[in-house]
Ligand binder design. Structure first.
Ligand SMILES: *Cc1c(COP(=O)(O)O)cnc(C)c1O
Length: 375
């Protein structure tokens, strides 16, 4: 079959190992999956009720304009109703951004070791990804990225910039000051959009970061992404939102499939957005879990990067594939990050208290059996 070089060269996204598969392969009865940054608490009970009610209307097509959801999300984000477009997860919105604003042979700019959806969506659209290395403390290097924009002044091929803040898999944030300096360059460039992916926004504890919302009036070419997959515990529902000026979102709406957000998702999200108590509880569970991990990792003499998300990246000081496999035998699924350029590190998502404890017990046990790599 005739298929383009770009499509042939795509390495499919490798998701966290499923629980059922792990149980089956290893003959285990108890498996804890702490590999996909999912919400261990589950969805809001109010969202579950709303979704059950929506089931009886499934013979109808969903509202293509997500009317109620627009209202609820606009209120939550404190933006105007027409500043929103919804997608089947933020992943679809990333795909739509590339397909809407980039032509074949044009480029997107992001960082190495950032969310893999950016380069994957680009490649599928025959768009090239420019990746600058992370800083030494594993943050997005915005000054290097500004240099890339500068360098592109001649060819003018870069259309989109993706900044994950906090970033996955590192858990790091960029500061508001660094972002402003970057935007001074990026906002002056013609035909360029900057998208900040705020999938983990609610979990951020550091004061040294920013909300893209507060810059929306100042920079015309700025947009941001949020998702219902993380703090709202609705990863299986597939719902993300892109926030920006209606003049820009209008183009996305031309490319978007009319019924891309199903009726269950619309009903569930509206109810979830109204349940602040649940959101606060998820944040507290996450922060307690992270603080517990930090203590245990430090006690085991392992370095970690303080995280603003619901996961932590840590250095096993060993071949991470071996640690990953040994942990599976113990019924704990963590996430190898070799494909992000981290050969000895693992990413560990926060789970419920007993899952976190099981993960730390298993880790301590397997580290004894695996030799440290020389570095
Ligand atoms: C988890 C995550 C998302 C969420 O993607 P969905 O398609 O909405 O589930 C987006 N961006 C980053 C950086 C993430 O880690």
């Amino acid at each position: 079959m005739k298929v383009s070089k770009e499509i042939r060269q795509i390495t499919p996204y490798s998701p966290g190992k499923p629980v059922a598969e792990t149980k089956r392969e290893l003959g285990l009865s108890v498996v804890h999956k702490l590999a996909s940054n999912e919400c261990p608490v589950g969805p809001s009970p109010k969202a579950v009720v709303a979704m059950k009610q929506a089931l009886t209307e499934l013979h109808r097509y969903p509202d293509p304009n997500c009317f109620e959801l627009h209202g609820a999300m606009a209120q939550y984000l404190e933006v105007a109703d027409d500043y929103l477009v919804f997608g089947n997860g933020s992943n679809e919105l990333i795909d739509l951004l590339v397909r809407t604003f980039c032509e074949q042979g044009e480029e997107i700019l992001t960082s190495k070791a950032a969310f893999l959806a950016y380069p994957l969506c680009a490649q599928a659209a025959r768009v090239k990804t420019i990746e600058v290395p992370l800083t030494e403390d594993l943050r997005f290097d915005l000054s290097r990225m500004a240099e890339e924009l500068d360098r592109d002044r001649v060819n003018n091929r870069i259309r989109l910039v993706f900044i994950a803040n906090p970033n996955n898999p590192t858990g790091t944030c960029v500061s508001g000051k660094d972002f402003e300096v970057f935007m001074e360059v990026a906002s002056k460039k013609k035909d360029l959009l900057v998208i900040v992916d705020e999938a983990y926004f609610e979990f951020v504890r550091t004061k040294d970061s920013f909300s893209t919302r507060s810059y929306l009036e100042k920079y015309e070419n700025l947009l941001f992404l949020r998702t219902m997959s993380k703090v709202f515990g609705l990863a299986g529902l597939r719902l993300g939102v892109l926030v920006g000026r209606p003049e820009l979102l209008n183009f996305i709406n031309r490319v978007r499939n009319p019924f891309n957000v199903n009726s269950i998702a619309q009903a569930g999200a509206v109810a979830a957005l109204g349940d602040r108590e649940h959101l606060d509880r998820v944040c507290q569970v996450t922060w307690d879990g992270l603080d517990g991990f930090y203590l245990q990792l430090a006690r085991m003499g392992l370095n970690y990067w303080e995280s603003q998300g619901n996961f932590v990246l840590f250095d096993t000081k060993r071949d991470s594939r071996k640690v990953f496999q040994a942990l599976l035998q113990q019924g704990v699924i963590m996430r190898p990050v070799i494909n992000y350029g981290f050969p000895t590190q693992l990413r560990l998502s926060v789970g419920l208290e007993e899952e976190n404890r099981a993960a730390m017990v298993a880790l301590e046990k397997v580290l004894v059996e695996i030799p440290r790599t020389l570095s």
